[in-house]
Design a protein around this ligand. Structure first.
Ligand code: AQP
Length: 338
């Protein structure tokens, strides 16, 4: 059995930027959050400070932070085993981000592809969006994190985090653990159902491209049945030649636990209709119950807030120790107590 002292430290975060998480978030990251809490000392965070790097409505953000926490609990994040909290309740994140920003090269930050993609979609690009990866580095390094479960789109940000940790340690002496990404190859990028050349994302151009965990089961079925495939009728894993079918095979395999090659043989000689029909049922059965469980957590607001405050208190206990070290190393005076 792993004890808390020997258990690897895990940290990850998710933005409260939509009313529901999607299948890409779930298979790329959140399922691993739940699995890792079994034998890790896990800190999971709703990163609302990241969410204001693009235009936002304060009331909607506040509500989405709560809905996000409720969804995480509904998915199986267990507050007895993991520390679940809201980023803005732990001020050390922004405090460390300032220090790390002063260690980051402007050119280095300018190479981040997510900033280039997201700023191209904004009418008004903020400095906050530019420094998003530095805040993400602070999130991770504050907890002396060893493993970060994320999807493939976060690989470049993780590399920056590792570089910043190593640079700071080199310049000022050992302060931060250098974290490792924890990215599952099979599900590292779930593709858009309408355009499998793109990753599934809440900013999908087609409303049917993104399958939300809180969609009605019938809506989920419709999205799977209308997913783009190809003009053949062969259920075969071929990411280059058959990206749509391959994406559906990856989703089917991840949700059912059946290996991809077994699914290929099961559907040999059958058309896409049968394949999609069965997958639609697997999706509706597996994800359908999440909406009800989420509503139950949302119905007990006092209990949800209690879990989050307790999580934030435990997070602060760890984060403040790391911040104190970093403050001392760079020559700051310690923060005064409230
Ligand atoms: N399509 C995906 N496949 C695998 N993993 C994914 N992740 C996101 N999309 C996929 C992973 O989900 C976690 C949370 O990411 P986030 O906070 O960036 O969530 P998001 O803003 O909801 O992601 P979107 O939909 O991709 O946002 P937009 O549309 O704004 O670009 C991360 O671990 C991420 O890797």
């Amino acid at each position: 059995m792993t004890t808390a002292a020997s258990a690897p430290r895990v940290f990850s975060g998710i933005q409260p930027t939509s009313d529901s998480f999607h299948l890409g978030n779930y298979l790329g990251a959140l399922r691993q959050w739940v699995a890792l809490q079994e034998d890790s000392d896990a800190f999971y965070c709703v990163v609302d400070q990241h969410a204001i790097t693009v235009t936002h409505d304060p009331k909607v953000l506040h509500q989405r932070s709560r809905t996000s926490a409720a969804q995480l609990l509904a998915l199986g994040v267990d507050p007895e085993r993991s520390n679940l909290f809201i980023q803005s309740q732990v001020p050390e994140h922004a405090m460390l981000a300032w220090i790390l920003g002063c260690e980051t090269g402007f050119g280095e930050a300018s190479r981040m592809t997510q900033f280039k993609d997201k700023s191209a979609k904004q009418e008004h690009t903020t400095v906050g969006l530019f420094t998003y990866p530095v805040l993400m580095a602070a999130d991770i390094l504050l907890y002396q994190t060893q493993r970060v479960p994320v999807g493939a789109d976060q690989r470049q940000h993780l590399e920056l985090t590792r570089d910043l940790a190593a640079r700071f340690n080199n310049n000022y002496g050992q302060t931060f653990t250098v974290p490792e990404p924890y990215i599952l190859k099979e599900t590292e990028t779930i593709k858009d159902l309408s355009d499998p050349a793109k990753k599934m994302s809440k900013s999908s151009e087609s409303p049917r491209g993104c399958l939300y965990l809180l969609d009605e089961p019938n809506q989920m079925r419709k999205k799977i049945k209308s997913a783009v495939t190809d003009s053949e009728a062969e259920v075969r894993y071929d990411p280059e030649g058959k990206p749509g079918v391959t994406n559906l095979l990856v989703i089917y395999s991840a949700l059912s636990g059946t290996p991809v090659d077994k699914l290929e043989s099961e559907y040999q000689g059958k058309g896409y209709g049968d394949f999609k029909g069965d997958l639609a049922e697997v999706v509706a059965e597996t994800l359908g119950p999440i909406a009800r469980a989420t509503r139950e957590y949302l119905d007990d607001k006092a209990e949800l807030d209690r879990i989050l405050v307790e999580g934030a208190e435990k997070a602060r206990a760890v984060a403040s120790r790391t911040l104190a070290k970093a403050y001392k190393k760079v020559g700051f005076y310690p923060p005064v107590a409230n």
